[in-house]
Design a binder for this molecule. Structure first.
Ligand SMILES: NC(=O)c1ccc[n+]([C@@H]2O[C@H](COP(=O)([O-])OP(=O)(O)OC[C@H]3O[C@@H](n4cnc5c(N)ncnc54)[C@H](O)[C@@H]3O)[C@@H](O)[C@H]2O)c1
Length: 345
């Protein structure tokens, strides 16, 4: 069957999803797009051979919808899509706060629709490899992680986005909008979090839009992670991460978040390094899931089975981000049990 796909939102990230779809090798057709920016919608429709239509009309034409609007619009659109029983891929963050994200989980669960979230770092080769390296029994316990993520503030350069400095559309700043990926990776790699604390600053002067965030996450395993997330004005640095992990008998570091290098050394063994094609080949050899998020989404839609990561899998990251902001807003006091009373479904 040809899966008919629609897009709510035809901005920057929709272009990446359109590229992944074209490369997915799953039978589909992007048939309709909607964006209140009529020029953008028309351009996208023309390049896809699709039609630009109204918000409600789109739902009559498709089997699955990508929600790639700014964040504050995600919950409302997801509700409409789920009410029609259609599959949905929604960008991260799901919503501007964890309570709304929980509601979205409830909505898609009750509707029984295939759902997937754009926590794309889980499929970028360096991260599954790092997770695999620390799970090797030679590593011993994870002791500490130093995670740095920096990007020029994205209201300029190729993002040129106005909404990212508007808290009514983005919710908050770099920690939520950008580093929810990092928080998700940390809990995906290291397991449940016992306590968090944090400090945020708004140096650029946009209310509630943090451009410096420093967080500490303590894990039930005993591991401790420091996350530093920065929005600066160094236009030569669009988005870069460095992740360094110390275990009892392993040192591993991601120096480039997309293509490596990744370096590691177990006690008594030589240092190893992979990057580019070698990195991809090693992940494939190890049977790690990397690559095309559109392929996994469409395959789930085709088979009528759950997709991954789904909305429920994204909830811990939303709760942790909320808890770090709560700590920061209260002067940096630790927040224990940040995953809250209601366990992720
Ligand atoms: N997974 C990732 O790595 C990643 C990267 C970038 C952005 N994102 C997320 O993707 C989303 C979009 O980001 P972007 O960079 O593409 O922003 P963008 O500004 O380039 O595009 C957003 C588009 O949504 C449109 N829009 C707003 N309300 C709409 C509605 N009700 N219906 C249809 N379209 C609507 C806007 O007109 C705009 O064209 C955000 O939630 C962002 O956090 C994720």
């Amino acid at each position: 069957m040809t899966i008919r796909v629609g897009f709510y939102g035809t901005g920057l990230i929709s272009q990446m999803h359109r590229f992944f779809l074209a490369d997915s090798r799953v039978d589909h057709e992007v048939v309709a797009v909607h964006d209140p920016d009529a020029d953008r919608a028309a351009d996208a429709a023309a390049s896809l051979g699709a039609v630009a239509v109204g918000e409600d009309e789109l739902l009559d034409l498709v089997d699955a919808v990508y929600v790639t609007t700014w964040t504050s619009e995600h919950p409302r659109l997801v509700e409409k899509i789920a009410a029609r029983g259609l599959a949905v891929f929604c960008e991260k963050p799901l919503a501007v706060d964890a309570a709304t994200a929980q509601h979205m989980v409830d909505v898609v669960t009750e509707a029984g629709v295939v759902n997937q979230v754009g926590l794309i770092l889980r499929s970028w080769a360096p991260f599954p490899l790092l997770r695999d390296l620390i799970r090797d029994e030679r590593a011993g316990q994870v002791l500490a992680v130093v995670f740095r993520d920096d990007q020029y503030i994205p209201n300029q350069g190729h993002y040129a986005s106005t909404w990212r400095v508007d808290a009514s559309k983005a919710g908050r700043g770099t920690l939520l909008e950008h580093s929810i990926h990092d928080v998700d990776i940390l809990q995906w790699m290291l397991g449940p979090v016992r306590s968090v604390s944090g400090v945020v600053r708004e140096v650029h002067g946009h209310p509630r839009i943090d451009d410096v965030a420093a967080a500490r996450l303590e894990f039930e395993s005993g591991a401790v992670a420091q996350l530093t997330s920065i929005w600066h004005d160094i236009l030569e640095r669009p988005s870069l991460r460095r992740v360094e992990v110390f275990c009892e008998r392993l040192h591993a570091v991601i120096e480039g978040d997309l293509f490596g290098p990744v370096r590691w050394q177990y006690t008594g063994e030589p240092e190893e390094m992979v990057e580019n094609d070698g990195l991809i080949a090693l992940c494939r050899d190890r049977g790690l899931e990397i690559g095309n998020t559109a392929r996994s989404f469409l395959q789930a839609v085709e088979a009528g089975r759950p997709a991954s990561p789904d909305f429920a899998e994204a909830l811990p990251a939303h709760r942790l981000v909320d808890a770090i902001y709560a700590s920061a807003d209260a002067g940096g006091v630790p927040v224990d049990d940040p995953l809250g009373a209601r366990a992720p479904t």
